[in-house]
Ligand binder design. Structure first.
Ligand SMILES: *Cc1c(COP(=O)(O)O)cnc(C)c1O
Length: 405
């Protein structure tokens, strides 16, 4: 058998690629038995086994930690895994999690099913909260934020909430997928940032990955120990793809934000539009909090149409051709998705049957995007008004009332 290492060693002497190499590895070699027996000491910084880190994944973790304004990061196979693994690392039976009502639906499902089965209780606070003082319990271990809220774009007042959580001995976790590279959440009292790198970091809709970032070494060690104990890790090929995305992140994000504002302003002028939910927009109810906690917006724009019947909206969406229907966001493709907030909210007060449409603005020609939506809106204008249909899902519903302000 050929000794690959000797061959590579000779060939590498004059080779200095600008990018971090992809180090594919399960086995990592040790010089002697003592080092092998002591390999656990390498968990946090060194290399002992491919699952626990390679120079490629560590380079990504360092880059993400810098972007989030933290010191340490652990990458995991998805944004959802970043959230579930952090929660499992910090909570045990008997503990309580207090979460914003607007959290990502799969995070909510995990809280209500998996954590509940483990005897960890969960309750929710309003998505637009400025205080959680009256809701925090003696058993509350984690306060979970997500700003802006999933589909509905509420921004919590993070600093006072973090102060109250810390005073009660709880950790503050945030799902920072929206604000990645446009926020410094540790400056506002957040302890753990969970971010879906699947979105703008990867940037091309071809990768699932998540990151857990902290500023505190003790928290890092607990997360790293838990993530390695449960056997989660990322491949170096995927870590490389995420690193490649980071190289252009700032430039792409600025362009997505510019286009997101442009689409938002255009939508505001359209007759069928009731409200545009984009906190980067001057006049949005969360714009002041947006300015306090974020340095830039992005390409996500949610819309409440006047006609909110499911049938009219699905027909409108199905007639779009440039905006494609699909989950996730953050790539160069424009996407559209719709959601009914009510079933995944405990207290925010969305009416059943009330749908939110969310656009993600990609890098197609803006004129094509406008004319795509213009055609679909014409269709919506001519659709029967809400209340016309007899199906239960199309019952006429009042305008969004509770979730704003
Ligand atoms: C996409 C997303 C997630 C989940 O990330 P995956 O990598 O798809 O698991 C979690 N939270 C928010 C806010 C997201 O947008």
């Amino acid at each position: 058998m050929i000794n690959q290492q000797k061959q590579v060693g000779a060939a590498q002497e004059t080779f200095d690629a600008i990018n971090v190499p992809v180090h594919r590895a399960s086995t990592i070699l040790f010089a002697n038995s003592k080092e092998f027996l002591d390999r656990r000491q390498r968990l946090y910084d060194g290399y002992s086994y491919g699952l626990y880190g390679t120079p490629t994944s560590r380079a990504l973790e360092k880059a993400v930690a810098d972007i989030e304004g933290g010191t340490r990061c652990v990458v995991v196979p998805s944004g959802l895994a970043a959230l579930t693994h952090s929660l499992l690392a910090f909570c045990k039976t008997g503990d309580h999690v207090l979460a914003a009502d607007c959290i990502y639906g799969s995070t909510r499902a995990f809280l209500q099913k998996a954590l509940n089965d483990l005897g960890i209780s969960v309750s929710f606070f309003p998505s637009d909260a400025g205080s959680i003082h009256d809701l925090i319990q003696a058993r509350t271990k984690v306060v979970l934020l997500e700003s802006p809220g999933y589909y509905t774009m509420e921004i919590q007042d993070i600093e006072p909430i973090a102060r109250e959580a810390h005073a009660a001995g709880a950790l503050v976790l945030i799902d920072n997928s929206w604000g990645f590279a446009a926020s410094k959440m540790f400056d506002h009292g957040v302890d753990v940032c969970c971010t879906a790198l699947s979105k703008y970091a990867a940037g091309h809709a071809d990768l699932c990955m998540g990151a857990i970032t902290v500023k505190d070494e003790g928290l890092f060690r607990r997360i790293k120990e838990f993530v390695s104990a449960i056997g989660a890790g990322v491949s170096s090929d995927d870590a490389y793809m995420a690193l490649r995305g980071l190289a252009t992140l700032e430039t792409r994000l600025a362009e997505h934000a510019r286009r997101g504002l442009s689409l938002s302003n255009w939508l505001l002028e359209q007759p069928g539009v009731e409200r545009v939910l984009n906190p980067a927009l001057v006049g949005d109810p969360y714009h002041e909090r947006f300015k306090r906690y974020f340095s830039a917006g992005n390409g996500l724009v949610s819309v409440l149409f006047r006609n909110r019947s499911r049938k009219a909206l699905t027909e409108m969406i199905d007639s779009l051709t440039v905006f494609r229907i699909g989950a996730s966001w953050g790539s160069s493709h424009s996407l559209v998705a719709l959601a009914e907030p009510a079933p995944t909210r405990s207290i925010d007060g969305w009416a059943p049957g009330e749908y939110v449409v969310r656009f993600h603005v990609g890098f197609e020609r803006m004129d094509d995007l406008f004319s795509d939506i213009r055609g679909a809106l014409d269709r919506l204008e001519h659709a029967p008004p809400p209340g016309h249909f007899s199906e239960s899902l199309d019952l006429p519903v009042p305008i969004a009332s509770a979730s704003v302000n």
